[in-house]
Design a protein around this ligand. Structure first.
Ligand SMILES: Cc1cc2nc3c(=O)[nH]c(=O)nc-3n(C[C@H](O)[C@H](O)[C@H](O)COP(=O)(O)O)c2cc1C
Length: 317
């Protein structure tokens, strides 16, 4: 087989356009060793029989546990479970210290407050290059329906419901259409979502035109506000996973926008990150893009109207 010709980092980045949910997949061996791995490779396969799959890196320290266990459990994370996602994305000798869980089939740990959980018995293992593809037969599930945590472009994200496509006039009864629109126009949640979506649709291309992904832009703006931050603190402030933090840092360092120093005397080699002068210029460019867009959208309102808008937003957020 010929070697892959393209840059693996660029490939990974391109794959990041495909938005996914985030799961923690857990298992326990017959002699009681347990693990959990954050995974976004989870997907459904078949309804009859009920099959799901995910893939695990062959080099993962958890491969052996999944091999020996009879079952695995898929915990589909909810939007407020970023800490759990980051926790189970790091290698650790005891991943369940200080973590709440109950035991399911094959003693696979089940996490509370998830959006959904699927308990599976091992069905098939397929060689998938540098990953093993693990297929499970679902033997039980919980469908809680909490808002899910999403993962897109190397960053955590949340769902904004889509309003749907307006039916053609000929397809909708006129009075029904009017009643529907009136009710939606009176619903502030619906109005806020519509406004955010329109703002995002017009703002995002401008931000992407600076050559930065949303996550990289957020990193630059955060460092610009705080002066310098340790890698862990930056990761927590932005709410992103370790592996993506490093990929984004590499990009920004290559562009010479970020300087990384190993903190003096720090035994764990914690790195301190700060913006270079060119990075600070980039932050100003990003703020200019944001402010120009804000002016275009909100410039039509008086100071008094905007003050009321701020007051309402601050009170409800
Ligand atoms: C959002 C996200 C998704 C991930 N998806 C996968 C995945 O599908 N498969 C995988 O093997 N690792 C994935 N990882 C990385 C693993 O979580 C991480 O390497 C692993 O849990 C480290 O622990 P281990 O030493 O037990 O392997 C993902 C990490 C994050 C943050």
């Amino acid at each position: 087989m010929s070697a892959t010709e393209f840059d693996p980092k660029a490939f990974r980045r391109a794959l990041g356009n495909f938005a996914t949910g985030v799961t923690v997949i857990t298992a326990t061996t017959p002699d009681g060793q347990q693990t959990g791995v954050t995974a976004n490779s989870f997907n459904s396969v078949s309804l009859d029989p009920a099959l799901v799959l995910w893939s695990i890196m062959k080099t993962s320290g958890s491969v052996e546990i999944f091999e020996k266990a009879s079952h695995f459990a898929v915990n589909v994370l909810a939007a407020d479970q970023i800490n759990l996602s980051n926790h189970f994305a790091r290698p650790s000798d005891d991943k369940f210290a200080n973590i709440d869980y109950e035991k399911g089939f094959g003693d696979a740990p089940l996490l509370p407050e998830c959006a959904a959980r699927f308990q599976c018995e091992n069905y098939q293992r397929i060689d998938g290059g540098d990953h093993w593809i693990l297929i499970g037969k679902v033997v039980a599930f919980d469908d809680v329906g909490r808002a899910p945590l999403l993962y897109h472009g190397g960053a955590y994200s949340a769902v904004i419901p889509h309003a749907g496509v307006k039916p053609k006039q000929s397809e909708a009864s006129e009075s029904g259409q009017q009643k529907n629109e009136q009710r939606l126009n009176n619903n502030l949640y619906y109005q806020m979502i519509q406004a955010v979506k329109r703002y995002q649709a017009s703002y995002q291309p401008l931000q992407l035109a600076t050559g930065l992904r949303t996550i990289e832009a957020r990193m630059i703006l955060t460092l610009n506000d705080f002066g310098s931050l340790g890698a862990t603190e930056l990761e927590q402030r932005i709410g992103m996973a370790d592996q993506d933090l490093h990929a984004a840092l590499e990009t920004l360092q290559r562009k010479q926008w970020i300087a990384i120093e190993t903190t003096e005397g720090a035994s764990d080699g914690e790195e301190t990150l700060s913006l270079t002068d060119a990075g600070k210029d980039q932050a100003e460019t990003l703020w200019k893009v944001a402010n120009d867009r804000q002016q275009e959208v909100f410039g039509q309102f008086s100071e008094e109207e905007l003050a009321t808008f701020h007051k309402v937003l601050n009170a409800v957020k």
